[in-house]
Design a protein around this ligand. Structure first.
Ligand code: MLT
Length: 403
């Protein structure tokens, strides 16, 4: 008799963004005349820049001719893209070997899949609030114990609260973790750690033989000097950290799908190279990202691509400052938004995150993301993204100010 993976039954409710999408759909069907502004899920709105579109067209043409056609991509990704990624790291004085780079279809899948190469006995530590994929993928793998609905916590997970009280800086946990997930700049709080603060985590992980899963999906949004773009800017990170990167938010690839992971050769657990394990996993379960998409990824790092993307980033960064200024003026307490495309705000009048979600949707027809959806310490907070169009962003701010 077939049996299911019982761990899936432990997951409470739906994936956060699916729940929100359903709620918004119901509201929109009941209020056909209202123009809803979506600043909920961190999905980009600006089109691919010309340097990328041109490259995609050329790559499609190549695929249409026998002499330039490409079948399965090489394991780990095409060398042209891995070289472009390597050069990008070198600009930050970080040396990465080509075989340490694994091209993928995005950081979401990598961050969900990476736990597979670790024992199910490993104890995970998560910032709270956190991008839900880290937790849910570990629930599915049976690593999180039981869900305590009164506390909204899992018995075997180490939670590291990040709230206004500790300036959103996770403290070293009392219980020793084996795997530590860090997303910096952070989703959802939009806050980050400076070099010294991140170095302290690297030292902690090395000292405790823990591995850091470092999600750097938002590094392109960093504006401050002393904030690292890669964990490998910290000394000793290659013996304790895996880095996950995305083309979604820096190049608008949410619908194109491209990312990569870096697993240094020096990184060993119980004497085993994680690079080899991850290569084995990817070789078995993943058939690579399309040639045309990898060519588009290479174009991201071209001179033209970088110039054009700089403008696109500035567009979203401008939105972030408008939201920050506009909502501060309206009396809200605002965090993040400086080194990240996310603005994290306190809900007004002691409202819960979901109460504020409903209130905002009804009164301003604006969609955001309830902080509690990212973890118990997100309760009483709310997230807005800077990824809307400028017009929608301005309109959303004006509506919230009028509320
Ligand atoms: C978010 O809104 O948190 C992100 O868009 C989710 C993602 O990148 O998968």
């Amino acid at each position: 008799m077939a049996q299911i993976n019982q761990n899936y039954l432990k997951l409470p409710g739906n994936y956060l963004f699916s729940t929100i999408a359903k709620k918004v759909q119901v509201f929109s069907e009941e209020n056909l005349e209202k123009k809803i502004i979506r600043l909920g899920i961190g999905d980009v709105t600006q089109p691919l820049v010309p340097a990328i579109v041109d490259t995609l067209h050329k790559a499609v043409d190549e695929m249409g001719k026998a002499e330039t056609f490409h079948g399965y991509a090489p394991e780990g990704g095409y060398e042209f893209l891995r070289k472009a990624i390597q050069n990008h790291y070198q600009k930050r004085l970080v040396d990465i070997d080509l075989n340490e780079i694994f091209v993928s279809d995005g950081a979401k899948s990598d961050s969900a899949n990476i736990q597979e190469i670790f024992s199910s006995n490993n104890r995970i530590a998560l910032c709270d609030p956190v991008y839900p994929v880290y937790l849910d993928s570990n629930v599915m793998a049976g690593r999180t114990g039981n869900y305590q609905s009164d506390l909204e916590k899992w018995t075997e997970v180490i939670y590291m609260p990040c709230t206004a009280e500790n300036q959103f800086i996770p403290e070293f946990p009392r219980k020793k973790p084996d795997l530590i997930y860090l997303c910096l700049p952070n989703n959802p709080t939009g806050t980050t750690l400076n070099k010294e603060q991140l170095q302290a985590w690297v030292d902690y992980a090395n000292k405790n033989s823990a591995v850091i899963i470092y999600d750097a999906a938002y590094e392109a949004y960093i504006t401050r000097e002393n904030v690292p773009h890669s964990i490998y800017e910290c000394e000793g990170a290659k013996t304790c950290a895996i880095e996950l990167c995305s083309f979604s938010k820096n190049a608008g690839f949410t619908g194109v799908r491209l990312g990569f992971s870096v697993v240094p050769k020096e990184l060993k657990v119980e004497g085993v190279e994680l690079n080899a394990l991850w290569g084995r996993r990817q070789g078995t379960k993943f058939n690579g990202t399309a040639y045309i998409v990898q060519k588009a990824g290479e174009a991201v790092y071209s001179r033209k691509g970088q110039e054009q993307l700089k403008e696109q980033l500035a567009y979203y960064q401008h939105n972030a400052s408008l939201i920050t200024e506009g909502l501060t003026k309206a009396g809200y307490q605002i965090f993040g938004g400086v080194d990240a495309p996310y603005i994290w705000m306190k809900t007004p009048d002691q409202m819960t995150s979901w109460e504020f979600f409903d209130y905002l949707l009804e009164k301003a027809n604006v969609v955001g993301t309830p902080g509690s959806g990212f973890g118990p310490s997100g309760e009483g907070y709310f997230r807005l993204t800077a990824f809307g169009s400028l017009e929608d962003t301005k309109e959303a701010i004006a509506r919230i100010q009028r509320m």
